[in-house]
Design a protein around this ligand. Structure first.
Ligand SMILES: [Fe+2]
Length: 104
C-alpha cells in the first residue's frame, strides 16, 4: 500500500486529517469503480456477466454515498454547498453559485 495520498508530512498531520485523507482517497476509488463498471457494462455481451457487473456497480454507489456522507459530516461548509446542489432541480451551475454564496 502506498502512502502518497498525503501532500504534507504525515507525522505533522492530525489523526483527524489523516482519516479525512483516507476517506477522500476511498471516495475517489469508489468513483473510479463506478466508472470502470459503467464502461465494462456498456461493452459486455454476456447477459449474466453484465447483470453481475450491474449488481457490483450498485454496491459502489452505496460505498461512494457512505464515504461522501462521512466527509460532509466533517466539513459543514462543504455540506452547505452540497445542500444547494444535490437532489434539486434546475440549472446546476446556478445552484452551485447559490451554494457558494452560502459560505461566503
Ligand atoms: Fe466499493
Amino acid at each position: 500500500m502506498g502512502f502518497d495520498q498525503y501532500h504534507e508530512p504525515p507525522n505533522e498531520l492530525s489523526d483527524e486529517t489523516r482519516t479525512f485523507a483516507r476517506m477522500m482517497l476511498s471516495l475517489i476509488e469508489e468513483a473510479e469503480a463506478i466508472d470502470w463498471y459503467e464502461q465494462r457494462i456498456s461493452v459486455e455481451k454476456d447477459k449474466q456477466a453484465k447483470a453481475i457487473m450491474q449488481n457490483a456497480q450498485q454496491e459502489e454507489f452505496k460505498h461512494f454515498g457512505m464515504d461522501l456522507e462521512f466527509l460532509l459530516r466533517k466539513k459543514p461548509e462543504w455540506r452547505a454547498v452540497m445542500q444547494s446542489i444535490l437532489f434539486t432541480k434546475g440549472d446546476i451551475v446556478k445552484l452551485g453559485k447559490k451554494g457558494e454564496e452560502k459560505i461566503e
